[in-house]
Design a protein around this ligand. Structure first.
Ligand SMILES: Nc1nc2c(ncn2[C@@H]2O[C@H](COP(=O)(O)OP(=O)(O)OP(=O)(O)O)[C@@H](O)[C@H]2O)c(=O)[nH]1
Ligand SMILES: [Mg+2]
Length: 237
């Protein structure tokens, strides 16, 4: 079967295949160069950057609202918000008193390093601070685009099904921490948390996992302890 469009006849696409692969390679090569530039900028300013990725609605913005509010005395925070449309999430972050920039990607399904570079240049980020980047809700494409972050955090919520790590392995494989959110809903949904964890570790044996509920607050302290363990001492206010 043809790998390009799934039809039964592979002969008519073969001429184009190499071109398609090259373009994709070029896009990612360019992105990786810019991601390294972002990493250098962040390191020079001693800014600890985390990239939050998940499918739409898993609770990225809610987790940020809780975190920015609970830890505001301990860190200087800034947030870059990524969505296809609206400033809804930036408005929610702004309400916590945190410096925030919204990137609207239009038809784009992920943030890339170039967008983040521009956002950072416009924000005048403070030295010795913590930067959260909330990616576009999408469990596929953001996995390919390094933004120059230090840590990538994948969030799944218990309403999504415990098989997600196996179905979207790239995202779980490229992340360092997995947060399982909405555990307050566990009594109402058929989600096997041990199976979800085993599936996540199957695709990434070194993945750290934290279970929490942004609504009840259960598990948030473990998430805050994880941040404290990663952020260097000279970043703390
Ligand atoms: N029951 C429950 N609901 C939650 C929890 N965390 C978030 N929610 C709800 O889930 C919905 C989506 O949350 P958001 O924080 O907007 O999710 P998001 O990942 O930022 O969504 P996108 O930016 O659109 O991808 C909201 O209605 C939240 O109130 C939780 O721990 N428990
Ligand atoms: Mg959001």
């Amino acid at each position: 079967m043809c790998a390009t469009c799934g039809c039964g006849d592979s002969s008519h696409h073969h001429k184009n295949e190499r071109k398609i692969v090259d373009v994709e390679k070029d896009v990612l090569y360019e992105n990786n160069l810019l991601a390294e530039r972002n990493r250098g900028y962040l390191e020079a300013k001693n800014i600890f950057a985390m990239n939050l990725v998940s499918s739409p609605g898993s609770g990225k913005t809610t987790l940020l609202e809780r975190t920015l509010t609970d830890l505001k005395e301990q860190y200087a925070f800034a947030v870059i918000e990524g969505d296809q449309q609206t400033t809804n999430d930036a408005d929610r972050i702004h309400a916590t008193g945190t410096k925030v920039t919204q990137i609207n990607t239009g038809k784009g399904c992920h943030l890339d390093a170039h967008m983040v570079l521009h956002a950072m240049q416009g924000m005048k980020l403070q030295d010795h601070s913590v930067l959260f980047i909330e990616n576009v809700g999408n469990l596929v494409c953001p996995a390919m685009f390094d933004l120059g972050e230090k840590e990538r955090i994948v969030i799944i919520s218990v309403t999504e099904g415990d098989d997600k790590p196996l179905k979207y392995p790239d995202m779980f494989n490229s992340s360092t921490l997995c947060i399982i959110n909405k555990t307050d809903l566990l009594p109402y949904v058929p989600f096997n948390i041990e199976k979800a964890k085993a599936n996540a570790r199957k695709v990434n044996p070194s993945l750290s996992i934290i279970e929490l509920s942004c609504t009840s607050g259960q598990g948030l302290n473990e998430w805050y302890d994880w941040i404290h363990s990663k952020v260097s001492a000279d970043i703390i206010v």
